[in-house]
Ligand binder design. Structure first.
Ligand code: ATP
Ligand code: MG
Length: 378
């Protein structure tokens, strides 16, 4: 019975039409400048209406990748498809996309309304009702209706940013490429705009590809994140999965704060441990490593359990170097052995009086649940 059902399902699969093409597909895309390869072969599939971020440190190839998708750079190898169509011979203006960069130049002599409508005008869309309706909609989307008749120099940085955003989506392209668009704004405004951007993207249902080197920004907004380092994609996943299950040492260290400890892996079928020089044997999640292999143990600061006093069984002895108050949390800097520092955090509202009384030089005991310590290949 089961066999029949599953073979019927398999038949249905083979005759079904191919899945709808993704918004963007990169297949083996590379870029070399002179003798230097800045993008190694990248395969990537970005779905329709997805908020997809490309996250990585300065110089890792993010902008180069975006410029290839936009058509400002030609890939050295591989192919790029937009909505299932190869764009090899398509110039930028023929690609169904728009861009928003950090240095978004608004026309100083044009009003907000005319800045937003400029591209529609160039494309020959009728002023009334077509163009006006699209502009009104875009103004409402960024909450800038009241500023429609102002000139850019009569706006704050954040307001100018909204106008640039409205301009990028007014023609309803399938894809908007955003390269560090919030870089020039102060921290407070950045945080507000992050929430706004995500709301807008959901409202208009456009695929956003968002480049940033700010991990908090990527975690806040994205459906999925591609973490890049030195021209290679290290991991592609949802924010939570990247934070909880980093694929390697680079990702663990780049996303959030992470205690990274070098050691040697040992395991039985039931449990795993890692021997750390000067510290001893500590609990770890059962990993893909083999016994005796050198590994990195990754433990998030919020997963560390702290107790004032000397260490008992299954605990690590440490000395408190500093306790830093950061508003929403306390950050404890600990020394577990020569060259082995640990960072632990606690919400500042926690009522753990014993910990708030700790002073530098005090002895503490540290532990963690084995499942919270991930084993990564060194
Ligand atoms: N036209 C070019 N000619 C030669 N090298 C280039 C060119 N454009 C970029 N590069 C190099 O390619 C690498 C990747 O640059 P890219 O601008 O893509 O980095 P990025 O990840 O966007 O960095 P940032 O976060 O600083 O903007 C850098 O080492 C850069 O110097
Ligand atoms: Mg860049």
């Amino acid at each position: 019975m089961t066999t029949l059902a599953s073979s019927a399902a398999a038949d249905a699969t083979t005759v079904r039409a191919p899945r709808e093409a993704p918004a963007i597909r990169l297949s083996g895309v590379t870029k070399t400048f002179g003798s230097i390869t800045v993008v190694h072969p990248i395969d990537l599939r970005i779905e329709d209406n997805e908020f997809f971020s490309i996250l990585g440190p300065s110089g890792c190839g993010k902008t180069t990748l975006m410029r290839m998708i936009a058509g400002f750079e030609t890939p050295t190898g591989g192919s790029i498809e937009l909505a299932g169509r190869s764009v090899e011979s398509l110039p930028t203006r023929k690609r169904d996309l728009n861009m928003l960069f950090q240095s978004y130049a608004l026309f100083p002599h044009l009003s907000v309304r005319d800045n937003i409508g400029f591209e529609l005008k160039v494309r020959g869309r009728k002023r009334y009702p077509e163009r006006d309706a699209a502009i009104d909609e875009a103004l409402a989307l960024v909450h800038m209706e009241r500023f429609a008749d102002r000139k850019p120099n009569e706006l704050s940085g954040g307001q100018r940013q909204r106008v640039a955003l409205a301009r990028a989506v007014v023609s309803r392209p399938s894809v908007v490429l955003l390269d560090e668009p919030l870089g020039a704004l102060d921290q407070q405004l950045r945080k507000e705009m992050q929430v706004e951007l995500k709301r807008m993207q959901r409202e208009v249902g456009i695929t956003f590809v968002y480049v940033t080197h700010d991990q908090e920004e990527a975690l806040t907004m994205s459906d999925r994140i591609a973490v890049m380092s030195e021209g290679r994609v290290q991991q592609i996943d949802a924010p939570r999965a990247i934070y909880d299950h980093p694929a390697n040492r680079f990702v663990a260290g780049f996303i959030g704060t992470c205690n990274l400890l070098d050691g040697v892996y040992h395991s039985t079928p039931a449990e795993a441990t890692v021997d750390i020089a000067g510290v001893g044997s500590v609990g770890a999640s059962v990993g893909a490593a083999s016994a005796g292999e050198s590994v990195t143990l990754a433990v998030r600061p919020e997963r560390l359990r702290l107790r004032a006093g000397s260490a008992g069984g299954g605990e690590i002895a440490a000395t408190l170097l500093d306790a830093v108050f950061l508003g929403d949390e306390w950050r404890y800097i600990l020394r577990a052995a020569e060259g082995v520092q640990l960072i632990a955090t606690r919400p500042s509202h926690s009522s753990d009086d014993e910990l708030t009384r700790l002073a530098p030089g005090d002895v503490v005991a540290v532990s963690w649940a084995a499942d919270d310590a991930r084993v990564l290949a060194s």
